[in-house]
Design a protein around this ligand. Structure first.
Ligand SMILES: Cc1cc2nc3c(=O)[nH]c(=O)nc-3n(C[C@H](O)[C@H](O)[C@H](O)COP(=O)(O)OP(=O)(O)OC[C@H]3O[C@@H](n4cnc5c(N)ncnc54)[C@H](O)[C@@H]3O)c2cc1C
Length: 197
């Protein structure tokens, strides 16, 4: 780690028309390029594609980027994709921040001007945040393959059974003398009128 200012690359994805039909991508790119520590901001039709990934890799190497922001879809979809891009270019993969301008913007904001403004705000927040990212390194720790379930009502009993069936030791703790919780106090239960015990 150095005290030098981060060098941030920002990539705004069209996601075909998913984003570009609502968000003015070029305007967001222009805005992103004015943000502090941003060295480069570029659009791409599909940033997750091989050519999109290569564009980022190349910028990391040629422009000496130390942080990357991608504004595109949900991180649940492509965060690992872009983290792998950083790693393959020699950057710690956690120097990455994603802004979700598809599910959080273009798919839910109909007005193009409002959507573009919201996209800019999310990008500004992502850029501000990535400045503070620190490198992280995965490590392996040994764990005790057992579970403690507190409360022996029907929910606790079912949780304990599910975990046990998955092959783990379970300790079920109940503060009352017997398990069953509220269900054990009932006779027949709505709506099936099954016996509750
Ligand atoms: C009058 C009544 C009628 C109902 N009728 C129906 C019906 O007809 N059909 C239906 O589907 N549902 C019915 N319900 C709802 C149903 O009983 C509850 O949804 C269900 O029992 C909740 O189960 P639970 O395991 O989440 O909680 P609980 O049954 O409340 O179990 C929680 C358990 O955790 C234990 N516990 C709490 N804190 C601790 C602690 N710190 N350490 C150790 N143990 C702890 C408690 O002693 C208890 O045994 C009825 C509920 C009531 C009150």
């Amino acid at each position: 780690m150095t005290n030098e200012a981060p060098r941030i690359g920002v990539y705004i994805c069209h996601c075909g028309l998913n984003i570009a039909a609502t968000v003015n991508v070029d305007e967001v790119v222009r805005y992103a390029s004015t943000l502090p520590n941003v060295v480069v901001a570029r659009p791409h039709k599909y940033t997750c594609s091989e050519s999109g990934q290569e564009m980022i890799r190349q910028d990391i190497r040629e422009l000496g980027l130390t942080r990357v922001v991608v504004a595109s879809c949900s991180p649940r979809m492509h965060e690992p994709t872009f983290q792998n891009v950083l790693a393959s270019a020699g950057l710690n993969p956690y120097y990455f921040q994603m802004a979700n301008i598809r599910e959080h913007v273009s798919w839910v904001v109909e007005d193009s001007v409002a959507a573009t403004e919201k996209a800019k705000r999310l990008v500004r927040a992502a850029v501000a945040r990535v400045n503070f990212h620190e490198p992280l390194f995965p490590r392996q720790e040994s764990v005790t393959p057992a579970a403690l379930v507190v409360g022996g009502g029907i929910a606790g009993i079912q949780a304990a059974l599910t975990i046990a069936e998955a092959g783990y030791q379970v300790y079920l703790v109940e503060r009352q003398p017997s398990i069953g919780g509220h269900m054990a106090q009932l006779d027949k239960t709505f709506p099936t009128l099954d016996c509750s015990t």
